[in-house]
Write a protein that binds this ligand. Structure first.
Ligand code: GLA
Length: 393
């Protein structure tokens, strides 16, 4: 297993590439991070607000162009090969190549010209943990191809193409948050992103007095992609109905609680109402959380994280019993400011804002609680906020 924390990363990736591709050297090595999201869940595809950050867990890509149109990709962590031709892309039955082929597909559709390539990638972003390993894979490849083929793609275009790759080739109708923060993330900062205008602000977040701790449930996330698309449709259904009454409404971003209340039970089914209400409230929470941040008021910030979880669990219904259990237990541990499920849901992890000095006791207590409830080990990650996708050689 490669060590991802030392200065030797570049050497290691050079030698991995040489081993896989007959002693040739890679032209570039790219680091592409996973992400956390402090607050603002399931708001991105409703054109609302989010507050994510890129982290110190990352995927690495070693890449070189070829003189023909072949593409050979090795997924180091699972020891699997994919071989194909960039000019005749076909969906792969193994799921993972589709995240990469989707990027190639989008680049061609957007009119970029390039040939084949050799690539090996891998890293320590846990898969299926809600840290967006998918955006790390898409972002890393698009960034790397841009470098080796001198495509001159600007960052915003990379974000949009990476998102489209997942929407169209993988078939998950994700919003823009993950790909955006993967490319635009900055050291020690969170990004307050307006998913409608794509205006954003980088806000310093990391403090020596605070830890961001992720509790990974290792619950299977089978429902994640199908139920994700269902939630998205339910929000669209709400917008469709509301826009008949109020034609200026184009997304849930244009809706407030007062207006929702007016049509409750009349036009909106209870389920659609709950989904819409959660999104409207969550958007308001992101704005308020940013105000808390400006005042350095992490107690209020954390309280909003708990509220966010309650909404996700009871009204958006994307949590599960393990995530709910972890958030409840976290709320009882000394030094915990906030806790909630993170990402698409149905498994994955919780994000916890904890006073730094309580880090160890939090870790021990949560592990013990989880073990006694589920007989499973709880995986703990301490996340540091780091820069977005970058060239490291
Ligand atoms: C996944 C998607 C994002 C976002 C979150 C939920 O991570 O990729 O676009 O919708 O779920 O907030």
């Amino acid at each position: 297993m490669v060590s991802y924390t030392t200065e030797t990363i570049i050497d290691e990736w050079f030698s991995i590439f040489r081993k896989m591709f007959d002693a040739a050297s890679p032209q570039v090595i790219v680091r592409s991070p996973g992400r956390v999201n402090l607050i603002g869940e399931h708001t991105d595809y409703n054109l609302g607000y989010v507050l994510p950050a890129a982290i110190d867990k990352a995927m690495y890509f070693a890449l070189s162009p070829r003189t023909d149109t072949k593409c050979r990709i090795y997924a180091l962590d699972i020891r699997e090969w994919y071989e194909g031709d960039v000019r005749s892309l076909k969906h792969s039955e193994k799921r993972w190549p589709n995240y990469l082929l989707g990027v190639v597909d989008q680049l061609f559709k957007a009119g970029y010209q390039f040939g084949g390539f050799d690539c090996v990638f891998g890293g320590n972003v846990p898969i299926g943990a809600g840290l967006s390993s998918s955006a790390a894979i898409e972002g890393g490849l698009i960034f790397g191809l841009n470098e080796i083929f001198h495509l001159k793609i600007d960052k915003m275009t990379m974000v949009k193409l990476a998102q489209k790759a997942e929407n169209e080739f993988v078939g998950v109708r994700c919003g823009i948050m993950d790909q955006f923060v993967n490319i635009f993330g900055e050291d020690k900062k969170v990004i307050r992103l307006d998913c409608r205008s794509l205006e954003y602000e980088q806000i310093p977040f990391e403090r020596s007095s605070l830890s961001i701790i992720l509790c990974e449930t290792i619950a299977r996330r089978e429902l994640a992609s199908s139920e994700y698309n269902v939630r998205r449709r339910q929000c669209e259904d709400g917008v469709k109905i509301l826009s008949v009454m109020e034609p200026s409404i184009k997304s849930l971003r244009d809706v407030d609680l007062h207006l929702l209340e007016r049509y409750k039970g009349v036009l909106l089914s209870p389920t659609v109402y709950n989904r819409c209400e959660y999104v409207v409230k969550e958007n308001a929470r992101v704005i308020q959380a940013c105000e808390d941040l400006k005042r350095n008021d992490f107690a209020s910030f954390g309280a909003r994280m708990f509220e966010s979880h309650e909404g996700l669990s009871k009204y958006y219904e994307v949590s599960n019993s393990e995530l709910d259990f972890l958030v409840k237990k976290a709320s009882e541990v000394k030094g915990v400011l906030g806790s909630r499920m993170m990402g698409a849901g149905f498994g994955g992890c919780t994000i916890n804002l904890v006073e730094e000095e309580a880090t160890e006791s939090f870790t021990n207590e949560m592990k013990a609680h989880y073990q006694s409830k589920t007989s499973k080990d709880l995986i703990i990650h301490i996340a540091k906020l780091r820069s977005g996708t970058e060239l490291i050689s």
